[in-house]
Design a protein around this ligand. Structure first.
Ligand SMILES: C[S@@+](CC[C@H](N)C(=O)[O-])C[C@H]1O[C@@H](n2cnc3c(N)ncnc32)[C@H](O)[C@@H]1O
Length: 347
């Protein structure tokens, strides 16, 4: 029997780590294709995706084509794909379906107009074909997910009420809070041996990285110079594991003493302050302390994973450090392309 295909939507640049999580965490799932922002997989049971941490959202695929050159082609794709009623049933959403639907479009590199135009064309066709009511401006229980990259297009039905990237622990936010699925990917990049690690985030903000690490059953510590961020982080981590509340401290991580206090960490995972968050005069201190801290960690056998919009000052400093290896990986996030720096021991 042919198994249904699922499209897992991920942050650009994190496709491989998401595919690795799918492979490692789910039995009976086969990866079919990995392309920018999407991992296609086949699986018998749609519920298996629910607990993945690096995936932003999942849809069950109704139709897919790599040769959609025009809006007409896209409309034809709806006709040539599976019956949407059937897709809704496979997604396990038939019980909540009340003949109303919404449409969510992501479109890049298309020659046939912006997302709004595509949404209108798709909703008109579905309303006509199925006599369902189109709900505009809000998400209906049945959300038709359309993803287009150039001439490659997929049309599916979203599997869950909420995007997978939403986290119930996140009740407190600070400016610059990280997307939880990216935080989870950073932790997975740092921890590749399947063991329980001691993870420290020296610039923890609202604690997204420590929350993700704790949810993956690692021991965690977090530090931030801003007392409001410490409060936010403590509130969030309490919802994951209250025992870690006291491990979030107010401290300056440009101070080497802060790094010495966390010498027992086996992984340092952080997204560094950027832009106006760092006064120019302290940037030098920030890059110097972070570079020497992760270099020392690497030589001790640990791993440092840093997300930064300004990799160069750290790359320059680390390229002179003996006993460590440095890898760089670009991602796409909120219209920017920050870099993940990964520092590992030389084996
Ligand atoms: C990009 S934010 C981190 C966001 C965090 N990952 C989250 O999801 O909320 C960087 C954080 O570094 C903190 N910070 C800036 N300078 C610092 C320093 N010298 N020591 C410790 N924390 C600092 C800021 O207060 C800010 O909360």
């Amino acid at each position: 029997m042919e198994l249904p295909t699922f499209a897992a939507f991920v942050t650009s640049g994190l496709e491989d780590i998401a595919a690795a999580e799918i492979k490692a965490s789910l039995s009976g799932v086969r990866i079919l294709e990995t392309r920018q922002k999407v991992v296609l997989a086949e699986a018998a049971d749609p519920r298996v995706f629910k607990n993945l941490r690096t995936i932003d959202d999942v849809a069950i695929v109704s139709a897919l084509s790599s040769s959609v050159d025009s809006l007409e082609d896209l409309i034809t794709l709806i006709a040539s794909g599976a019956d949407l009623n059937e897709t809704i049933a496979i997604a396990g959403r038939a019980d909540i379906f009340e003949d109303a639907f919404s449409v969510t479009v992501s479109a890049a590199h298309t020659a046939y107009g912006p997302g709004k135009v595509i949404e209108e064309a798709i909703s008109r066709e579905i309303s006509k074909r199925y006599a369902w009511q189109y709900i505009q401006g809000q998400r209906a229980a049945i959300d038709v997910r359309v993803f287009i990259d150039g001439t490659w297009a997929v049309i599916g039905i979203r599997l869950y009420d909420e995007p997978l990237s939403r986290r119930t622990y996140r009740t407190a936010n600070v400016r610059g809070s990280l997307r939880p699925t990216v935080a989870a990917a950073l932790v997975r990049l740092a921890v590749v041996d399947g063991k329980r690690h001691r993870v420290w985030d020296p610039f923890c903000g609202s604690g997204t990285i420590v929350c993700e690490a704790a949810a993956m059953d690692h021991e965690v510590w977090g530090t931030d110079i801003d007392p409001e961020a410490v409060d936010a982080s403590r509130e969030n981590i309490s919802a994951v594991n209250h025992a870690y509340w006291g491990r979030i401290e107010n401290a300056d991580s440009t101070n080497l003493k802060t790094w010495q206090r966390h010498r027992s960490a086996t992984a340092v995972v952080s997204n560094l302050p950027w832009g106006k968050q760092v006064a120019i005069k302290s940037k030098q201190a920030l890059y110097t302390s972070v570079s020497s801290g992760v270099a020392e960690l690497g030589r001790r056998g640990g791993t440092g994973v840093l997300l930064t919009a300004e990799p160069q000052p750290i790359v320059q400093r680390l390229s002179r450090e003996p006993g460590i290896r440095l890898d760089e990986q670009r991602i796409g996030l909120l219209g920017q392309t920050p870099t993940i720096l990964i520092v590992r021991p030389v084996r």
